[in-house]
Design a protein around this ligand. Structure first.
Ligand SMILES: CC(C)(COP(=O)(O)OP(=O)(O)OC[C@H]1O[C@@H](n2cnc3c(N)ncnc32)[C@H](O)[C@@H]1OP(=O)(O)O)[C@@H](O)C(=O)NCCC(=O)NCCS
Length: 296
């Protein structure tokens, strides 16, 4: 898809989704450009991922260069106050069929501490989708930590993305307050912007399946939690598998790093080989299990 071939009605609908998502979250999302606006976005990212004193996630000069070379930079505002920000990079990657595909790679999206769970993340991503479709992109990809259940719900259920790759320790060691102490395994989330699956999700019509419902249909639990809260991996062979997640891995990392590492190993063992063999993570149950489909 290019700017010339994108369906104009799809773009109009995408901006409509963006306006409604922003209104639901009580914010105005807009593309950023001035030095002051870029500083404000960097403040959001540095506050979200507090690293070394004086350190920064992305320098002002780098951000200016990225913007100049086609990046997407947005902020979510309440009045004059920025409370969320997102950055997407122009990217080129080899596709499943061996061809090369240009897409947007979303590098960071963040809501300031205390601002989560009110639709802000959705508002940022849905604005990013409309911006991207308007410029002829048909796909956005980003990484996310397979252990973070909030992001799994946002990415798979609310936005209708699909996890298509699993990387062990993608970024190497990370020192910021959210990730410190654990390996930085990441999924690649693929968001096919023009797909019916995504439009259905954005209409709010893609309800998460329930664990029992899927088990009744033949799914097996590849990872469950025992009575002491310990993750247990099971040897299963069904085409659809359920993989339980901790409710809040960032809190577990803060209180019990050994348990957090146990979760990392367990989810990696239950998911990575299936995704490596062509499987996909397509949803998150209402109870918080990944729904993993084995590749054909
Ligand atoms: C990721 C982030 C941007 C999402 O923003 P947000 O405003 O919280 O996102 P939304 O409110 O649109 O969606 C979050 C959803 O997860 C749900 N959720 C929260 N915690 C959950 C949990 N433990 N299990 C399942 N769902 C959970 C929320 O209820 C909400 O779903 P709902 O609206 O259907 O109820 C934000 O939380 C953040 O800044 N996190 C830290 C940085 C980060 O991880 N960024 C992403 C990687 S770059």
């Amino acid at each position: 898809m290019t700017r010339e071939t994108v369906d104009p009605e799809l773009v109009v609908r995408a901006w409509g989704h963006s306006e409604r998502a922003s209104a639901r979250a009580g914010v105005v999302v807009r593309a950023l450009e001035t030095d002051e606006e870029l500083e404000a976005a960097r403040y959001v990212w540095d506050t979200t991922w507090p690293g070394q004193p004086g350190g920064t996630e992305i320098t002002q000069h780098l951000l200016r260069t990225l913007l100049h070379t086609g990046a997407y930079v947005s902020g979510a505002y309440v009045g004059d106050d920025i409370i969320g920000a997102c950055l997407g990079l122009v990217a080129r990657a080899e596709d499943d069929d061996g061809g090369w595909h240009t897409h947007l790679h979303s590098h960071v999206a963040a809501a300031l501490p205390g601002r989560a769970d009110r639709g802000l993340g959705t508002a940022l991503k849905v604005h990013q989708r409309a911006w991207a479709l308007d410029r002829g992109y048909d796909r956005i990809e980003w990484t996310f930590d397979p252990l973070v259940r909030r992001n799994a719900r946002l990415n798979l259920v609310k936005l209708g993305g699909t996890a298509v790759r699993y990387y062990e320790n993608f970024y190497g060691d990370m020192l910021d307050g959210i990730n410190v102490g654990d390996a930085s395994d990441r999924f690649i989330l693929r968001w096919d912007l023009a797909s019916e699956r995504v439009e259905t999700a954005l209409e709010g019509s893609a309800l998460p399946p329930s664990r029992d419902e899927l088990i009744a249909l033949g799914a097996q639990q590849a990872l469950s939690v025992d009575g002491d809260g310990v993750p247990v991996v099971h040897d299963v062979d069904s085409p659809v598998r359920l993989v339980a997640l901790p409710e809040d891995i960032v809190a577990v990392r803060g209180s019990d790093l050994a348990r957090a590492k146990q979760w990392r190993q367990a989810v990696r063992a239950a998911v990575a080989p299936v995704v490596d063999a062509g499987g996909r993570v397509v949803s998150l149950t209402a109870e918080g299990d990944y729904v993993v489909e084995v590749g054909s």
